[in-house]
Ligand binder design. Structure first.
Ligand SMILES: [Zn+2]
Ligand SMILES: [Zn+2]
Length: 256
């Protein structure tokens, strides 16, 4: 059964609220905001596939430490799936032998800790039988959402995005999508900030939901942890036939 376990589902870190990491299988995770503090050593060793939605710090935060962990435990490697552009941003700014070593050359260039698998918008790829369709979403840097499919089940995952017709169009084209994880970062009071940073408020999410042509369960995530109560109060005011549930860490999102 297709499910996503949110290890961290917030737009920042605060107390036990953690940055984004979504476990799709025991070996596959979307983003690395919080894997090091959420998984034990054996679970971390099982991570073989890391999908990165974009280069923002809250999504790549644990990638350097995870690479160091894998290298130091022996000849362990893993694959990073993202676009050429996003990988170049991460390599040039983090794994640049200044901020952190280049783990695509360690321990050896031939057999490195980080292997890179380039992915492209609208070109599906599979990991262990699960299909991921990368979708270009509307954020301040190049950013990916996904349609995630297994057998006849499908989940749409928005990544970090503002108002995005491309994401809506992909959901509308595929009636097998019954579950949507949709970012809702800021309360309605901070709409200007949400718009400038290309995130969503609950009112803007309501506008997006009105464009969806078939019923879905909505799971909101990437809430700013210090504003969670205010955002959830705004979410409760949304008038929509769709069920909207704020995501909770460790509570699996399943297909409904
Ligand atoms: Zn983010
Ligand atoms: Zn972002």
């Amino acid at each position: 059964m297709l499910s996503i376990v949110p290890l961290g589902c917030y737009g920042s870190d605060l107390e036990n609220k953690k940055c984004i990491s979504m476990l799709v299988t025991p070996s596959t995770v979307i983003d690395t905001g919080s894997i090091m503090s959420s998984l034990d050593t054996n679970q971390l060793l099982g991570i073989k596939h890391i999908i990165i939605t974009h280069s923002h710090f809250d999504h790549i935060k644990n990638l350097p430490i995870f690479a160091d962990f894998m290298l130091s435990l022996g000849n362990h490697s893993f694959t990073v799936y993202t676009t050429e552009n996003i990988m170049a941003q991460i390599m040039g700014n983090i794994f640049n032998d200044l901020i952190w070593p280049d783990f695509t050359k360690l321990p050896t260039k031939k057999n490195p800790t980080i292997k890179f698998r380039p992915i492209n918008f609208d070109k599906p790829f599979s990991i262990e039988g699960i299909e991921f369709l990368p979708i270009e979403v509307n954020h301040v840097v190049e950013s990916l959402g996904f349609i995630i499919k297994h057998n006849n089940e499908a989940i749409a995952y928005s990544g970090d995005t503002g108002i995005c017709q491309n994401f809506v169009d992909h959901v509308n084209r595929d009636p097998s999508i019954k579950t949507i994880c949709w970012e809702t970062s800021f309360p309605d009071r901070l709409e200007k900030l949400a718009t400038a940073s290309k995130h969503l408020t609950p009112s803007q999410l309501a506008g997006e939901l009105a464009k969806i042509n078939h019923p879905c369960s909505i799971h909101t995530f990437h809430l700013k942890p210090n504003l969670e109560d205010e955002i959830i109060a705004d979410i409760k005011k949304i008038e929509s036939p769709m069920k909207i549930t704020p995501m909770k860490q460790k509570r699996p999102i399943t297909v409904s």
